[in-house]
Design a protein around this ligand. Structure first.
Ligand code: AP5
Length: 220
């Protein structure tokens, strides 16, 4: 059965960074509801128009919108390779809906991995973040700079962008939403026997190694 991994953690924990590395290391597919919602906002779809203001305020988009967008993505053939859910589920309702969706297709959660971090460091991580406008590779002003300044390591692109919700005030709202609505899912997945915890305060490469060891063990 193809692996179904969930990455849990507050804004800035490194979910997106590590999900892209797991794609490279294990051939899995990253499904980021944040990326899917931002694409819907850019495309100006009805869902994107509803989500825009909510995302800019740092609150959670409604379960109905998020589930519709995720289900559309999960019918694409590439997900058969196995998936890394990045930023989903985020509420008890989304977790229950995911259980149903997987049961319908004879799948189940392989592991929910909680990236454990100190909130105090997350504002700095998120506000220093930028991505390559061409390929989406993620960088940080201090912690992950391109080898050659101003040039993407992955595709050679020279334009970078920052997210509209990556300012200190909105990050604090996103951290509150995480603790109120998403952190309880750690106990939910623990009770199902699929929870793994990882200290995600060290260097990116060390976390990649630790995460790789967990995934190699459970996906084998
Ligand atoms: P989303 O896009 O999911 O954002 P988030 O959860 O707030 O997470 P981030 O992307 O900010 O952090 P990350 O953990 O991926 O960190 P990253 O690897 O980039 O959601 C955005 C919004 O969309 C939500 O607020 C909500 O409105 C909506 N939404 C999305 N999903 C939803 C859902 N399911 N339900 C309802 N609403 C939803 O790392 C951050 C920075 O730190 C980078 O620059 C990176 O280079 C750097 N970094 C990473 N790891 C380290 C490290 N170990 N040391 C130093 N720097 C590091």
């Amino acid at each position: 059965m193809a692996p179904v991994l969930i990455l849990l953690g507050p804004p800035g924990a490194g979910k997106g960074t590590q999900a892209r590395m797991l794609e490279e290391d294990f051939g899995l597919i990253q499904l980021s509801t944040g990326d899917l919602l931002r694409a819907a906002v850019t495309a100006g779809t009805p869902a994107g128009r509803q989500a825009k203001a909510v995302m800019e305020a740092g609150a959670l988009v409604s379960d109905d919108i998020v589930l519709a967008i995720l289900k559309d993505r999960m019918i694409q053939p590439d997900v058969a390779k196995g998936i890394i859910l990045d930023g989903f589920p985020r509420t008890a309702g989304q977790a229950a809906a995911l259980d149903l969706l997987l049961a319908e297709t004879g799948q189940k959660i392989t592991a929910a991995i909680s990236l454990e971090v100190d909130d105090a460091a997350m504002v700095g991580r998120v506000s220093g973040r930028h991505t390559c406008a061409a390929c989406g590779e993620g960088y940080h002003d201090e912690f992950k700079r391109p080898a050659k300044a101003g040039v993407c390591d992955k595709c050679g692109g020279t334009e970078f962008k920052r997210r509209a919700d990556d300012n200190a005030e909105t990050v604090r709202g996103r951290l509150s939403a995480y603790h109120a609505q998403t952190a309880p899912l750690i106990a939910y997945y623990d009770s199902k026997g699929v929870l793994e915890r990882i200290n995600a305060m060290g260097p990116i490469a060390d976390i990649r190694t630790a995460l790789g060891q967990i995934v190699a063990g459970i996906a084998a």
